[in-house]
Design a protein around this ligand. Structure first.
Ligand SMILES: NC(=O)c1ccc[n+]([C@@H]2O[C@H](COP(=O)([O-])OP(=O)(O)OC[C@H]3O[C@@H](n4cnc5c(N)ncnc54)[C@H](O)[C@@H]3O)[C@@H](O)[C@H]2O)c1
Length: 418
């Protein structure tokens, strides 16, 4: 088939590559010229294992090309929309999806399938199908077909998960669901479940809300454990030996493009909500500030004036193993402390613009704060790094340190035992 992928970011580019490597002819559209240029030259603008090799192969075989010109996508068999769906305040900004639909309306031919992969509030896909009907004068289910196929992949494992995850597909019409299923069957080896579009939207949002609420619960356990003198990580490990309990891990907060916004997307179309989801969000949003308080407490205990302190922050991305800093709690933490301490230095092996090495970042610093659980941080020689520091304060925002190194003033989220 000839497939157009609209929006070539963390989701769109790997999806375009997968369709291209399963034998389809794919044209990717993005409004960003730099993104299109780097893709066409075989260099992915996102960091993901295997992506460059896979991209170069399909570019060389002429199965994939990228463009900024919608006309080049005229009359294709299917359009897959993978644009961002961020929040504006606490409300979803659906302008990117709407613009993508407006673009499709200009170039769509009879018989085409339009799939929204972007995560959207319940009711959006049906509304977008209606918008496409209004703009084209054609009818969904007769002249064109619209389905929602939410994406479940995790950055860092995208190419495996695209193939092996099961998928939920929601058709606006029955035929749309069937057509979308056939299309994804080109590479999906997991199960494909068909439902209606609004159910599919809600399923995706429930999945991420489940995770967000459970992380908030783990964070609340961490805050309680600190009052009871308990190491919450040990307590969670023990609680999880119960056959029906699986407590998540606490930390400095929740970030990325999805988890902080999807609970609000879930609530946004509802006339009324019942508090739990919103409260959980607030707990997670408060964690960077809590870690800042731990830092200030530790600095004071170590006899360092907060306003004179130099703080080295390890990790800026929202979680380990990725360069993605969107909604990163590490960035929020830096934002909170930067006008309070004398100097903030950052080091992240995946993110540009930070110090070139941990050693350089910590030399002469008073405190070291672990803000991202990059694997690279787990094996660090704390004694050696401590020897480079002016004062030895260590704050673990990610629970990566089991036994606090000797000679440090140590604080950690959930570490009531130290
Ligand atoms: N990143 C993830 O891990 C993940 C996982 C599951 C679901 N999702 C969902 O997938 C969607 C995309 O997320 P992402 O992380 O890939 O976003 P992204 O910001 O990385 O990529 C979106 C791309 O779309 C482009 N774009 C915006 N409007 C356009 C338009 N009208 N025409 C052409 N291109 C346009 C942007 O320039 C950008 O390159 C979101 O709804 C997100 O919630 C993301």
């Amino acid at each position: 088939m000839r497939i157009g992928v609209i929006g070539l970011g963390y989701i769109g580019l790997p999806t375009a590559i997968m369709f291209a490597s399963s034998g389809h002819d794919v044209i990717g559209l993005d409004i960003r010229k730099d993104v299109v240029e780097s893709i066409n030259s075989g260099n992915s603008h996102i960091i993901e294992p295997e992506i460059n090799e896979r991209l170069r192969k399909v570019i060389k075989e002429e199965r994939l090309k990228a463009t900024t010109r919608p006309e080049e996508l005229r009359g294709l068999d299917a359009y897959i929309i993978c644009v961002q769906t961020p929040l504006l305040g606490n409300k979803p900004d659906l302008s990117y999806v709407e613009n993508a639909i407006r673009t499709v309306a200009e170039i769509i031919d009879r018989g085409a399938l339009v799939i929204i992969e972007s995560t959207v509030p319940p009711g959006t896909t049906v509304r977008m199908a209606k918008l496409l009907e209004d703009l084209t004068g054609m009818r969904e289910g007769i002249d064109f077909y619209v389905a929602h196929a939410p994406e479940r992949v995790m950055p860092g494992r995208i190419f495996k998960e695209l193939v092996y995850n099961s998928r939920i597909i929601g058709g606006v019409s029955k035929k749309a669901g069937k057509l979308a299923e056939n299309l994804y069957r080109s590479f999906v080896r997991g199960e494909i479940f068909i439902t209606d579009a609004t159910t599919a939207e809600m399923v995706k949002l429930m999945e991420n809300t489940f995770r967000d609420v459970n992380i908030a619960l783990a964070n609340e356990f961490a805050l309680l454990a600190m009052q009871y003198g308990v190491n919450v990580f040990e307590a969670i490990k023990l609680a999880n030996t119960h056959p029906r309990v699986r407590i998540h891990l606490p930390g400095i907060g929740v970030g990325g493009h999805c988890l902080p916004k999807d609970p609000y997307l879930l609530l946004s179309s509802a006339e009324r909500d019942f508090g739990l989801i919103r409260r959980a969000r607030k707990i997670n949003e408060g964690m960077p500030k809590f870690v800042a308080e731990l830092l200030f407490e530790a600095l004071e205990e170590a006899g360092v004036k907060i306003e004179d302190s130099v703080v080295a922050v390890l990790g800026l991305s929202y979680k380990g193993g990725t360069d993605d800093t969107r909604n990163s709690p590490a960035l929020k933490f830096v934002e909170i402390i930067k006008d309070i301490v004398r100097e903030v230095r950052t080091y992240d092996p995946y993110v540009g613009g930070t110090h070139p090495s941990v050693e350089e970042a910590v030399t002469g610093a008073d405190a070291l704060v672990i803000a991202t659980d990059h694997l690279e941080f787990k094996g660090l020689d704390w004694d050696y790094l401590g020897s480079k520091m002016r004062t030895r304060v260590l704050v673990d925002g990610r629970g990566i340190i089991e036994t606090p190194p000797k000679g440090f003033t140590f604080r950690g989220v959930g570490r009531g035992d130290v």
